[in-house]
Design a protein around this ligand. Structure first.
Ligand SMILES: [Zn+2]
Length: 353
């Protein structure tokens, strides 16, 4: 590669009144939203691939610019590989353009492009996966420790519709781990408190807050209406009920449970045939209920981490990337930093199948 270096002033002179000469700015959308050289065409470095041929012309002379000259050199190498010939390297970059007080534009930037920019840049994710998130409807059971971190990340990630069901009220003793709630929300409904925080984080997300308990009368309709279910409940009765109905309607279920310093996370991927269920993993023992946080305590970060893992598995399920924890139980212990996965299979004696 033979870079033809020119100064910002030379680029300004060449491009100011000649349609054949165009400044190509390869900085990020976020950088360009703050200002660009007047008349520039913006195209992120990561977007310079075969699709660039749709927005660029092989007949135009491009004066390639970034902030300080490094990304523009890489861009020129990529453009040359695509067959572009008339390329000039503005080696001082936009910083020097500003220093010399040359004319700038403040472009209108699509807010989605800014909010989800790091997803758009991410290889294997991009706009296609983001659109899948936007079209997804997730049911989150519980706005407690698991639900707090899970809901915040799902909302930040851009999951279009989130229904949260919980009949509880925020108590001061919840705040050590239920980070979606604030001291000001003590004695208010958890779903209302959660909705307020989530809407502030991302107003584009539709949050449906249901201040009731999930039970046999409402569970069918709720689960049948969504794409995926996240169980953030704290009792076995609800967990088995959710498991059974998710299996019935073939809805993927993201499971987690916490105990003191430990947590478990798994995915029951019921939209595939022959997947094991919660009863295969832990057969129900009549009347058995494990100790919960209110009696044996829990380190606040444990449900936080497990909730984040649930959000991560949900995002992978929705966007169809990576491998999810199906037929595997992830168990982690924060005291010794151990993370292990245990494989399990469908139990042919399970009454559910
Ligand atoms: Zn089963």
């Amino acid at each position: 590669m033979n870079l033809t270096n020119i100064t910002v002033f030379q680029a300004f002179q060449a491009c100011s009144d000649d349609m054949q000469n165009i400044i190509l700015d390869v900085r990020t959308v976020a950088e360009c939203s703050q200002g660009i050289a007047k008349g520039s065409h913006c195209l992120e470095l990561s977007d310079i691939d075969n699709s660039a041929l749709k927005t660029l012309s092989l007949d135009v002379n491009y004066y390639v610019m970034c902030q300080s000259g490094q990304r523009s050199a890489t861009a020129i190498a990529k453009l040359e590989n695509l067959g572009f010939k008339n390329l000039y390297h503005v080696n001082e970059g936009y910083r020097e353009w500003q220093n010399q007080k040359l004319p700038i534009d403040i472009p209108q930037v699509n807010k989605h492009d800014l909010r989800y920019n790091r997803h758009y840049q991410l290889q294997g994710f991009g706009r296609v996966a983001q659109e899948k998130l936007r079209n997804a409807h997730v049911l989150l059971i519980g706005a407690g420790g698991l639900g707090s971190s899970c809901a915040l990340y799902l909302t930040a990630a851009g999951v279009g519709q989130i229904t949260i069901i919980d009949d509880d009220v925020v108590q001061l003793s919840n705040l050590q781990r239920q980070i979606i709630h604030t001291t000001a929300s003590v004695n208010t409904l958890k779903v209302q408190s959660a909705k307020k925080q989530l809407s502030a984080l991302n107003p584009e997300i539709s949050i449906n807050a249901l201040a009731k308990r999930l039970d046999e009368n409402n569970v069918d309709e709720l689960i049948n209406n969504v794409d995926l279910v996240i169980d953030g409940s704290d009792n076995l009765t609800t967990r088995y009920l959710v498991n059974d109905i998710c299996l019935k309607y073939h809805k993927p279920l993201v499971y987690a449970a916490v105990y003191q310093y430990e947590a478990q996370v798994s995915v029951f991927n019921f939209n595939k045939p022959d997947m094991p269920c919660l009863r295969c993993l832990f057969p129900q023992t009549k009347g058995f209920e494990p100790d919960n946080c209110s009696t044996v305590g829990v380190l606040g970060v444990v449900p936080g981490m497990a909730g984040v893992m649930q959000a991560s598995e949900a995002i992978k399920l929705i966007t169809n990337i990576g491998q999810v924890l199906e037929s595997q139980l992830l168990v982690f212990d924060l005291l010794d930093n151990s993370f292990r996965t245990i494989k399990y299979v469908k139990d042919n004696n399970c009454l559910n199948h």
